[in-house]
Design a protein around this ligand. Structure first.
Ligand code: OSB
Ligand code: MG
Length: 369
C-alpha cells in the first residue's frame, strides 16, 4: 500500500465536567488526529492518545507532532510501499514515542482493513459483538459530589466503577462508595501517586473487596510494586509501567502485577496490544482495555480490542457522553451497560468533518513520496 498523504490535526473538545486525577485536572481534551490517504484515495483515521502535557506519560501532543513530522513520517516515506505490520519495524530505531507510533500504525491499519473489507474487531480476533462498560471517576471536590457522580453512573448502567485516588483522597471516599454500593465491581487508580513508604496506608484498601488497585507507585518502580503485591490481598494492576509486550512479561514474571490494563497508545499500537493479550490469555492473566478520554475515533478501535477473548474485566470503555457533549463521530451509546463493537470496515467510524473542522486548531499536511 502506498500512502500519498499524512494529515496531522489538532482539535480541542470541551469535557462535560473537569476530570481530576493525581497528575492534574483536565477541563478540555486536546487531541491529535492522524489521517492517511492511500494512492487509491482510501482514507485511514487514528487518534493519538497523548495528552497536552507530559504528566501521565512522557509523551504530549506537541511533542508527538514534532516526533511525527521530524522522524516518523519521513521514515515511513522512505519506504514506497507499507503495510500496518511493517510500521512498527520501520519506526523501531526511534526510541519511545509509543503513542505517536501507535497513531500512525492505526491510521495505516484502518486504511488497509478498509481495502481488505474487514473490521478491526475481526482482524484482531474478537469473539464478542458488545462489551461491558466501566467508568473512570475523577477526584471529586467533595464526598457528596463523588456520591452524586457515582450514583448517576450506576443508575445509567455502568458495570464497573473506577475511582481515582491520591494521598488524602483514598480510604474515606472508597469506604463511602463501597458502603453505598456493596456489590458493585469497584477498583481504584492512583496514577503513581504513592511511594514505598505508603504500604501500610495502602493495605487499608484490602477491606473493600476491590477488583484491583491500578498503578499505585511510580512507573519505573517494578520492585516496589512486587513488594506491595506481597503484602496486599487486592490485586495490583499496572498501567503506566507497561509500555510493550516485554515490559508486560517482565512485570508478570517479577510478580509486580497480576492484571494488566492494555492501552494501545501506551504500548505502541493495536498489534502490540494483541500480542500482550495473546500472551496473557495463554497464562490466564486477566486483561482489560484502558482509556485516554478518547473521541469516537479512538473509542471505536478500543472497543474492537476489548472484544478479544482475554478481556475478561470491564474496561474504561464508556459512552461518548461520559466525556463529551458532542463527539466527533456518531456517539457511542450505552445499552444495558454495554457498548456495541463497531462492525464496519477498519475502525468502523469516521469523523463528522464539519464539526471536526469547527474545533480544529491546526492542520499539517505531509505529502507521501
Ligand atoms: O490512568 O487510566 C488512566 C485518563 C487519562 C490518562 C490516564 C488515565 C485516564 C483514565 C480515564 O482513567 C480513562 C477513560 O475513561 O478514558
Ligand atoms: Mg490508569
Amino acid at each position: 500500500m502506498k500512502i500519498v498523504e499524512y494529515e496531522l490535526r489538532r482539535i480541542h473538545l470541551p469535557l462535560v465536567r473537569p476530570f481530576r486525577t493525581s497528575f492534574g485536572t483536565q477541563s478540555e481534551r486536546e487531541v491529535l488526529l492522524v489521517k492517511v490517504t492511500t494512492e487509491d484515495g482510501v482514507i485511514g483515521w487514528a487518534e493519538c492518545v497523548a495528552m497536552s502535557a507530559p504528566l501521565y506519560s512522557p509523551e504530549y501532543v506537541s511533542g508527538c507532532l514534532e516526533m511525527m513530522r521530524t522522524f516518523l513520517i519521513p521514515a515511513l516515506n522512505k519506504a514506497t510501499e507499507i503495510s500496518a505490520a511493517e510500521v512498527g519495524q520501520i519506526l523501531k530505531p526511534f526510541l519511545g514515542a509509543q503513542m505517536a507510533k501507535a497513531a500512525l500504525e492505526t491510521a495505516v491499519l484502518d486504511a488497509e482493513l478498509k481495502i481488505a473489507g474487514i473490521s478491526l474487531a475481526n482482524y484482531l480476533g474478537a469473539n464478542k459483538t458488545k462489551v461491558p462498560c466501566g467508568v473512570s471517576v475523577g477526584i471529586a471536590p467533595s464526598i457528596e459530589a463523588l456520591v452524586d457522580e457515582v450514583t448517576s453512573y450506576v443508575e445509567a448502567g455502568y458495570k464497573r466503577i473506577k475511582l481515582k485516588i491520591e494521598p488524602g483522597w483514598d480510604i474515606t471516599p472508597v469506604r463511602k462508595i463501597r458502603e453505598l454500593f456493596p456489590d458493585k465491581p469497584l477498583q481504584v487508580d492512583a496514577n503513581q501517586a504513592y511511594s514505598r513508604t505508603d504500604f501500610k496506608h495502602l493495605k487499608q484498601l484490602d477491606e473493600f473487596n476491590l477488583l484491583l488497585i491500578e498503578q499505585p507507585l511510580e512507573e519505573h518502580d517494578i520492585l516496589g510494586h512486587a513488594q506491595l503485591a506481597e503484602i496486599m490481598t487486592t490485586p495490583i494492576c499496572l498501567d503506566e509501567s507497561i509500555i510493550s509486550l516485554h515490559s508486560a512479561q517482565d512485570a508478570l514474571e517479577l510478580k509486580a502485577t497480576s492484571v494488566i490494563n492494555i492501552k494501545p497508545g501506551r504500548v505502541g499500537g493495536y498489534l502490540e496490544s494483541a500480542r500482550i493479550h495473546n500472551y496473557c490469555l495463554e497464562k490466564s492473566i486477566p486483561v482489560w482495555c484502558g482509556g485516554m478520554l478518547e473521541t469516537g475515533i479512538g473509542r471505536a478501535a478500543n472497543l474492537a480490542l476489548a472484544a478479544l477473548p482475554g478481556f475478561t474485566l470491564p474496561g474504561d470503555t464508556s459512552a461518548s457522553s461520559r466525556f463529551f457533549k458532542k463527539d466527533i463521530t456518531t456517539p457511542f451509546e450505552m445499552i444495558d451497560g454495554h457498548l456495541e463493537v463497531p462492525n464496519g470496515v477498519g475502525i468502523g467510524v469516521s469523523p463528522d468533518i464539519e464539526y471536526m473542522n469547527s474545533i480544529t486548531k491546526s492542520v499539517e499536511i505531509f505529502t507521501g513520496k
